[in-house]
Design a protein around this ligand. Structure first.
Ligand SMILES: NC(=O)c1ccc[n+]([C@@H]2O[C@H](COP(=O)([O-])OP(=O)(O)OC[C@H]3O[C@@H](n4cnc5c(N)ncnc54)[C@H](OP(=O)(O)O)[C@@H]3O)[C@@H](O)[C@H]2O)c1
Length: 331
């Protein structure tokens, strides 16, 4: 009965793409005038493709100076080349592997040298670079966990620490792109979830530390936009599946069985064309995080289904949430 009432209340409150956005107290914030972009600079990581690439263009069009960190600039990657070809003074493309201390330090130097008023600092940092993986715990190697965390988690920590002095100077914004899987665990996504839960914890601590400096630390937690970006492809899933199966012990292979594993891989492949195909919800939220005079601490660009599920999973006892959503779980 309690569950039904909660479900009905959540659904009644919905009817739109994001219930959170419809909660009364958020509306006046949205209505407030956005801060001007002119004269403000933002650094974004992972601009070769996906959200980062689109965001670089969006913020540039809004009038920001954009420092677009690209993993493949030195290799003349398509995304970096396209941004460079805009030939705009306000679009600065730089080589930046978030796993490299040296490249991150060079990026800080470049930003300092390039900013018109370096002593006024950098307005925004968007930690976007990331990779996605799958594989149940018994198939995932310790190296798989470390590899994802190296980019998604330690990359975010490394870049944030390097740019914080400049962000503090500007009393600016740190925007970290996590995921709904940074608050809601999912079978076969433990490597990714650990990395994104880690970024969420890091961001929460940093947010609390930064209030006194006038810096806002904001989390953007998208749902599934796989169809809109290049984060998962059939090819990358095949490669990962091959490595997972070959890396599993004889016992795991025998107990789980090839048929189960193949079905599981097919399920992952079905996600490639699933989710939202238009990334504007994510771009709108990141833009709001950077331009609103009073941004939210968290943004949830997602369909109503995922928003309701996120509320259930994060607010109800785990036994109930598992029973509702995880096959095999019983109350
Ligand atoms: N798409 C979704 O459904 C979704 C949902 C929730 C959260 N997210 C998060 O959103 C962020 C962007 O994802 P996306 O979907 O736009 O993925 P994407 O299209 O694959 O873009 C990610 C970008 O990060 C870059 N990158 C990878 N490793 C890097 C490194 N070590 N240093 C610097 N850049 C690196 C990639 O470079 P290459 O082009 O060379 O690979 C790529 O340009 C990620 O943090 C992801 O976890 C995505």
């Amino acid at each position: 009965m309690l569950l039904l009432a909660l479900g009905a209340a959540l659904l009644l409150a919905g009817g739109g793409r994001c219930l959170a956005r419809r909660l009364l107290f958020l509306l006046p914030r949205r209505a407030r005038r956005a801060l001007p972009a002119e004269g403000k600079a933002v650094l974004i990581t992972g601009c070769d493709k996906g959200f980062g690439h689109a965001l670089a263009k969006r913020l540039h069009a809004k009038g920001f100076t954009v420092f677009a960190g690209c993993l493949l600039m030195d290799e003349n990657g398509d995304g970096a080349r396209e941004l460079k070809n805009m030939k705009s003074d306000r679009m600065k493309v730089l080589q930046m592997d978030v796993c490299s201390d040296q490249e991150v330090a060079q990026a800080v130097d470049f930003v300092k040298r390039t900013l018109k008023e370096p002593e006024e600092g950098l307005w925004g940092l968007v930690n976007n670079a990331g990779i996605s993986t799958f594989g149940e715990v018994e198939f995932s190697s310790l190296n798989d966990y470390k590899k994802v965390a190296e980019i998604n988690l330690w990359g975010t920590v490394r870049v944030t620490k390097a740019f914080l002095p400049l962000i503090r100077r500007a009393k600016g914004r740190v925007v970290n792109i996590t995921s709904m899987l940074g608050r809601m665990a999912s079978p076969s996504r433990s490597c990714y979830c650990i990395s994104k839960f880690g970024v969420a914890a890091f961001s929460d601590c940093l947010r609390q530390e930064m209030y006194r400096w006038g810096v806002r630390v904001i989390l953007v937690e998208p749902s599934n936009f796989v169809a809109a970006t290049g984060i998962l492809t059939a090819d990358s899933i095949d490669k990962q599946a091959d490595a997972l199966w070959r890396g599993a012990s004889d016992t795991v292979q025998e107990d789980y069985g090839r048929e189960y594993f193949t079905r599981h891989v097919a399920l992952m492949k079905s996600f490639i064309n699933s989710g939202l195909k238009d990334m504007s919800l994510v771009l709108n939220d990141i833009t709001d995080a950077l331009t609103s005079p009073s941004p939210n601490n968290r943004y949830n660009p997602m369909e109503t289904y995922w928003w309701v599920r996120l509320q259930v999973v994060t607010h109800l006892p785990t036994a109930i949430a598992d029973w509702l959503y995880i096959p095999g779980a019983a109350l």
